[in-house]
Design a binder for this molecule. Structure first.
Ligand code: 26Q
Length: 808
């Protein structure tokens, strides 16, 4: 095998050579973008070498393989993390320096792959990094969206969506694999024939869409593993239909082509919310079917035709229900194409597919109209019906009653809808939640009936984040300080970060920790100044809430509290507080009216404060435009306070909470999702917990006895703040602008903003006081970083492997 060197001198030569060959330019004349491309393709050459070697070695491996299916992989930029994982940061920095280039200036040239909405997609990306770094054989499978999540602009105090054409200048990291192109079939109808006394099914008059794979290498940290992220692109099989072309129906020929390609055109921008759009269902089946065809092809290459071995050699993990059609699709392939009987096929599927649930929000549970499923995927629909028939028969048997209400709750098809979660729970060998509390709620509430029958199928595995991207890449200052203090064992064993704990007692260390935090705040200040022209003062407390805009995440609680602080300042000339910069980062789904109103409210609060020189001294509210992975990498290290305010029981886990913690921010939060585990790690003196517990929330919901208006009537401060929403104080140009928020809070408040307000406000008073005690605050911050090791996704992946996958 030809090998190339990647020492400093070779890197320099490679970059200069590429600029010459690709662009006909010398280094002096090249644009930043061309330099980025030359550097990235040099890194790619280095990865390719490892990738080829790894695939070669993998050919002789007869172990189990994981396919991780997810409709989103929110990877963010790759250049720096790839260099980091190849342990070549020093080499590249030095090589570039000698060419007169700063690596830091090259990185922002990489287009941001925003192939995900939020937590679920980012988790998939962290998992890929950990799988490779733990040398576990895994392939991630998804859709190669031509347009990722929209870019957010803030114009005239509102969110405006702009298309994300991330592929316009090409993607250095992907390699097409046309040899694995396959067909996916839609529509048509099912016909039967008899073969040796058995009825066989096949699809007729269907439409074909071709699935073309593009592979992205996923480099493990300091190891030989290079896994693959496979992204499927949809394409029409007819390059040009000459029949309709010559008959003059050119437009029709082009239309058909476009219709096929539209499947991989754009990522749906809904997060934690289900919408029954047909194109979305097409997307799900498209990448799931292509992936399963590929997985079986690879299985046969490795083991020949003995499909009984499948569960021993392949595990299909579905990231939420979105790839849940993997279940009937695998049944279809085994029965219709491999000639297997139903029972045998079912037994294989039941040992091959594992499912993770990511949400308890009822409006996010995936359901499809039976008619849509039948029209679009007639054979799959038949299989779903048969799965349902057998499930209901089993249940009627167990309950000795065919009309037991539990049967309708657990059915795969009921009331004209296909219930994807029920399908996944019934047919998977493993069902897991993403935090301890979430796992418990799945067992006790969401999937209670299933849990009573098969408790051993269920588990809870707390999410994690890759410390390589979220600490080592995002926070070089803290990374160096940690390694100077405790050595570098934590890099491979992140739980060793706890060795840092004693250093909180060391005044000199605290000072250095504070200096790192301060320089990260300066970096963020420069970042937001350059992008939005906004001034923030790094000497104020940075209080950050960054996550998708959703009512259950309660950005409103934060916003209302800022209004209360504003009034305290305006009412009392002697009022003093620790000056704070409130930073929000959040995209709202384009069709989510309330979420967009909340953005308008936050921007209005910011303006209201700017009108008062006195308030301005203590409060600053900034909305970071277009919050994405790259801006999170600048924001997390700069945060002092992490806002995790979801109504208890609603946030399955949260992962932003872990990123803040690892970077030394202290959490103010409810006992929800993984906040509970953070609390367990740092202890009550190092976190600000407030609000109702999840069981209290559930009781209150079930009793139906919550009247927010009573709280409004009895809490003067709150009443004043809420009134300001509609009396023109907040939005003088249009006093009615935010009235829906006001009415929602007063007369409905489904997420208990007013109910938890008092407790939140008290917790915030303690934050204010403690922050001014520098020693106390720094001890808390250090404790958070030191105890964050278990939130590395390496730990999460090890747990998945021990409990679910059993790879190698
Ligand atoms: C489903 C069907 C049709 C259309 C859209 C959807 C859909 C899309 C995205 C449903 C849900 C989502 C996203 C869910 C999500 O991001 N959940 C988050 O997952 C994180 C990782 O486990 C958790 O940390 C978060 O708590 C959870 O909200």
């Amino acid at each position: 095998m030809p090998t190339t060197q990647f020492d400093k001198e070779s890197i320099k030569q490679a970059i200069i050579g590429k600029l010459q060959r690709y662009n006909g330019k010398t280094l002096e004349d090249a644009t930043q973008q061309q330099i980025y491309y030359a550097v990235a393709s040099t890194v790619r050459d280095q990865i390719m070498q490892k990738w080829v070697a790894y695939k070669e070695q993998e050919k002789h491996d007869d172990g189990k393989k994981l396919y991780y299916l997810s409709v989103e992989f929110l990877t963010g930029r790759s250049l720096y993390c790839n260099i980091l994982n190849m342990c070549s940061v020093g080499n590249y920095k030095q090589a570039l320096k000698e060419l007169g280039i700063d690596l830091k200036d090259v990185l922002p040239e990489e287009p941001e792959p925003g192939l995900g909405n939020g937590g679920l997609g980012r988790l998939a990306a962290c998992f890929m990094d950990s799988l490779a770094s733990l040398s576990l054989p895994a392939t991630g499978c998804t859709i190669r969206y031509e347009y990722g999540l929209f870019r957010q602009k803030l114009i005239d105090g509102q969110q405006v969506e702009v298309p994300d054409n991330w592929l316009d200048n090409g993607n250095v990291w992907e390699v097409p694999a046309p040899e694995d192109t396959c067909e996916v079939h839609f529509g048509g109808h099912v016909e039967t024939y008899e073969d040796a006394g058995r009825i066989m099914y096949y699809l007729k008059d269907y439409q074909t869409v071709e699935a073309v794979p593009y592979d992205v290498p996923v480099v493990g940290y300091d190891c030989s593993t290079v896994n693959t992220l496979r992204m499927w692109r949809a394409r029409s099989p007819k390059s040009l239909d000459f029949a309709s072309f010559s008959s003059g129906d050119y437009i029709k020929a082009m239309k058909e082509q476009e219709l096929a390609a539209v499947i991989s055109k754009v990522l749906y921008p809904e997060d934690n919310h289900y919408e029954g759009k047909e194109l979305r269902l097409k997307q799900h089946y498209f990448f799931t079917s292509a992936t399963l065809q590929y997985a079986l092809k690879d299985f046969k290459r490795r083991f020949g035709g003995n499909l009984k071995l499948l569960p021993e050699k392949v595990t299909i993990h579905i990231n939420d229900t979105h790839p849940g059609l993997a279940i009937p699709e695998l049944m279809r392939i085994l029965i219709d194409e491999e000639g297997m009987g139903w029972e045998e096929a079912e037994a294989i599927v039941r040992k091959t597919v594992a499912y993770t649930n990511h949400t308890i929000m009822p409006e996010a549970l995936e359901r499809w109209p039976e008619r849509m499923m039948q029209k679009l995927l007639p054979r799959i629909y038949m299989i779903l019906q048969e799965i349902n028939r057998r499930l209901c028969a089993r249940l009627a048997d167990i309950y000795h009653n065919g009309t037991d209400p539990r049967i309708a709750r657990m059915a795969v098809t009921a009331y004209d809808m296909v219930h994807m979660a029920n399908l996944c729970v019934d047919m998977s060998y493993s069902v897991n939640g993403v935090s301890q509390l979430h796992g418990k709620i799945l067992q006790e509430v969401t999937f209670r009936d299933f849990y009573e029958l098969q408790p051993r199928k269920f588990s809870a595995i707390t999410n994690g984040i890759t410390h390589r991207r979220w600490l080592m890449a995002a926070n070089g200052g803290l990374t160096s300080l940690i390694t100077e203090t405790i050595g570098d064992s934590w890099v491979k064993q992140p739980e060793q970060l706890s060795l840092l704990l004693p250093a909180r007692d060391d005044a000199a260390f605290r000072e250095r920790f504070e200096a790192v935090k301060h320089s990260n705040k300066v970096r963020f200040a420069n970042f937001i100044k350059a992008r939005q022209g906004i001034d923030v003062d790094p000497d104020t407390m940075f209080d950050v809430q960054a996550k998708r805009l959703h009512e259950y995440k309660r950005q409103l609680l934060n916003a209302v509290h800022i209004m209360v602080l504003y009034n305290r300042i305006m009412d009392d000339p002697n009022f003093e507080m620790q000056p704070r910069t409130f930073i929000f980062g959040a995209k709202a789904s384009p069709a989510y009216y309330m979420a967009k109103q909340i953005i308008r409210m936050i921007l209005s609060i910011s303006k209201m404060i700017d009108r008062s020189p006195r308030a301005k001294k203590m409060l600053n509210v900034v909305f970071l435009e277009n919050y994405d992975v790259s801006s999170a990498e600048v924001l997390m290290p700069a945060a002092d306070l992490s806002e995790q305010l979801s109504t208890a029981g609603r946030e399955a886990s949260g992962t932003g909470n872990m990123k803040f913690m690892m970077n030394g921010a202290v959490t103010i939060g409810t006992m929800d999702g993984a906040n509970v585990e953070i609390y367990d790690q740092v202890g009550q003196e190092n976190i600000y917990i407030f609000g109702m517990r999840s069981n209290t929330v559930r009781d209150l919901e079930q009793s139906g006895g919550y009247a927010p208006i009573h709280i409004y009537e009895t809490n003067t401060e709150l009443r004043r703040a809420l009134t300001a929403i509609i009396d023109g104080s907040l939005t003088p140009q249009n006093p009615a602008m935010l009235q829906d928020i006001y009415h929602n809070l007063l007369f409905s408040d489904p997420y208990f903003v007013l109910k938890d307000f008092g407790s939140y406000s008290m917790a915030q008073r303690r934050v204010n006081d403690d922050y001014q005690n520098r020693e106390k605050w720094l001890r808390m911050a250090i404790t958070n970083t030191a105890m964050s090791g278990i939130f590395s996704s390496d730990r999460t992946i090890r747990e998945y492997n021990e409990k679910i996958w059993h790879l190698r």
